[in-house]
Design a protein around this ligand. Structure first.
Ligand code: 3HC
Length: 554
């Protein structure tokens, strides 16, 4: 029935019995990714259920923070290890005894595909479900594009597969993706549910359902309407269209043919540059949060109250970040008019978001209720974090930090939103330079995800990434690395994607340079060297790597 049936000695999958229900549990931290050992263990567990006459039903659950969060992305591009995930899902679906998925945390990608292979799905109310493959330049490749529309309906499947957004357990229940929400302990309730359904035959198989596809067949214009409505959002990306085509195949072809379309398109995407760029970016984003010299034992300081100096565009946006996260903000301005204008704009921004249905009127009031506008500088004294967001003038900033040093409690973080001034020079006017940091928010600060954290100690203030051409941008990126201004090439890419709208499907300028080939960049720059004049100089790192045939990011 399957390629591999032996369960390795140290399998992350364990089985136990509760009456006539076999409980299959995965323990593969941090996110129960469906790596080879998990896949092998799942198949072996289903074999165990089949071969033991005493087993009448199966529950599949996960330990730790989440249900399976997807295929193991680190395995992509490596030689495949059997069994493949589609085989695992088929094995579960073809089990002659009912299989119940017990979901907590996030059932994502291959994880949701495993759940769709199960005959029933139950979940705790906090669970979230999704197929985020599109964000990795991919599509659900283990039958997900075929089973999801059959279970949740075509419009929901199109939305989930092309946006990659998660839905809540409640919404999943509403569209039929979850059979029951479980209040209380998940596994005992899932076992009870398995006992309830143990004798129902035929077993409900997602791949055999048709009623929701029939609805879509009655509305043949559905796919083109969807493409038209989302054309702008999908422009440049390959994966959304591939997802749409697979769901179209689910409607127009039998399951056995639909999965072939899915496999073909999955392999095409997997081999392409966009998927590589987007997977590279997934890991880069996570790496960027790890700072050299800051170990995991370092506990972040607690921020219960934030102060913001300046109620202009940046100060307002920065304040909204914290208000939206439920953290009270004291915002300081020098005169009433500027203060009123700033807080008025914040309210207008929130109300505009509410008008689009993204937050409720109640949430707007909650956020604004946490704002304390003041003309009194001393009110900032008990804040845990104070962010200065005034003009980019060194003398003004030094004056503010001198005053802050006199009034603010010890242990508070004093931050400047400067984009280029020297943090050490600002810190030097205080008696606590160790507490001074640069927090460079990107405008609009309440929307942009990127926050550059600039640690002090000899940060050169005048370095800027030059934007003349892509090649000079790469050269500058290499210099930034050479000078130790950025820890890794991937951090530079994260800045460009989140701060300046670089398309994620190209990974960032440093990833893009690797894709182009560094020697090509060097040759291109040499050709332009004269035109660029005396300001231009080559990065030694770029020249060196190009000569050795090395890359920045891989
Ligand atoms: N494979 C391998 N590693 C993964 C992973 C995955 N699918 N998902 C997360 N990780 C790793 C992260 O890189 C990170 O590693 P690190 O600690 O060494 O940096 C660690 O797990 C924890 O991840 P996060 O820091 O992101 O933890 P959070 O708690 O913030 O978020 C999460 C958890 C929501 C599960 C988030 O990690 C996530 O969105 N993961 C990706 C989910 C995904 O894209 N799944 C689809 C995979 S593709 C697929 O399934 C193809 C199939 O259709 C064939």
């Amino acid at each position: 029935m399957t390629d591999v049936i032996d369960k390795p000695a140290t399998s992350p999958i364990s089985t136990s019995r509760h009456g006539d229900v076999l409980i299959v549990k995965s323990n593969n931290p941090p996110v129960n990714a469906l790596g080879a050992a998990v896949r092998q263990g799942l198949v072996a567990a289903i074999e165990e259920a089949e071969s033991d006459e005493g087993v009448k039903a199966v529950v599949i659950a996960c330990e730790g923070q989440t249900f399976f969060a997807g295929a193991d992305i680190t395995e992509f591009g490596k030689p495949p290890v059997m069994p493949w995930l589609p085989t695992v899902v088929d094995t579960i679906e073809n089990c002659s005894k009912p299989v119940v998925a017990a979901i907590h945390g996030t059932a994502l990608g291959g994880g949701l595909e495993v759940a769709l292979g199960c005959h029933y799905r139950v979940a705790v109310p906090s669970a979230k479900l999704g197929v985020p493959e599109v964000k990795l330049g991919l599509l659900p490749g283990a039958g997900g594009t075929q089973r999801l529309p059959r279970v949740a309906g075509v419009p929901k499947a199109l939305e989930m597969a092309t946006t990659g957004k998660m839905i809540t357990a409640k919404e999943a229940c509403g569209v039929g993706l979850i059979d029951r929400q479980i209040e209380g302990d998940l596994i005992p309730h899932a076992v009870a549910y398995a006992e309830e359904v143990r004798d129902i035959r035929p077993l409900p198989k997602s791949s055999e359902r048709d009623e929701k596809l029939a609805e879509a067949r009655d509305n043949p214009g559905l796919f083109d309407e969807f493409r038209k409505a989302n054309g702008r959002k999908f422009r440049g990306f390959e994966a959304p269209e591939a997802n749409i085509q697979c769901i179209e195949a689910a409607v127009s072809k039998p399951f056995s043919e639909g999965v072939i379309v899915e496999r073909t398109k999955f392999m095409e995407l997997l081999g392409g540059t966009q998927a590589k760029a987007q997977q590279y970016f997934f890991f880069s984003e996570r790496k960027a949060a790890k700072i050299e010299g800051v170990g995991e034992d370092v506990k972040p300081r607690e921020i219960k109250k934030v102060g913001v100096i300046g109620a202009g565009t940046m100060g307002g946006g920065i304040s909204m970040n914290f208000l939206s996260a439920g953290i009270p903000v004291t915002i300081y301005e020098m005169n009433q008019e500027a203060l009123d204008r700033g807080t008025g704009i914040m309210r207008k921004n929130y109300e505009a978001t509410a008008a689009k249905g993204r937050v409720t009127a109640e949430q707007v009031e909650q956020a604004m209720g946490l704002l304390n506008p003041t003309l009194d500088f001393e009110v900032l004294a008990d804040c845990d974090l104070i962010i200065e967001a005034v003009f980019e003038q060194m003398e003004i900033k030094k004056d503010i930090f001198t005053r802050l040093d006199q009034i603010v409690k010890q242990g508070a973080i004093l931050a400047s939103n400067t984009s280029y001034l020297n943090i050490d020079e600002i810190a030097a006017v205080t008696s606590r330079p160790q507490d001074v940091v640069g927090l460079h928010f990107f405008s609009p600060a309440n929307v942009m995800k990127l926050l550059e954290v600039v640690r002090g100690a000899k940060t050169a203030g005048d370095v800027e990434i030059v934007q003349r051409t892509l090649y000079t941008m790469v050269n500058e990126g290499a210099k930034i690395l050479e000078e130790g201004m950025a820890q890794r090439a991937s951090d530079i890419d994260v800045v460009w994607v989140y701060g300046y709208g670089w398309p994620v499907y190209r990974g960032g300028p440093m990833f893009w340079a690797d894709t182009e080939g560094l020697q090509k960049i060097v040759d291109g720059l040499r050709a332009q060297e004269q035109r660029m004049g005396s300001d231009f100089s080559f990065s030694h790192m770029l020249l060196d790597k190009a000569e050795k045939g090395e890359k920045f990011t891989r």
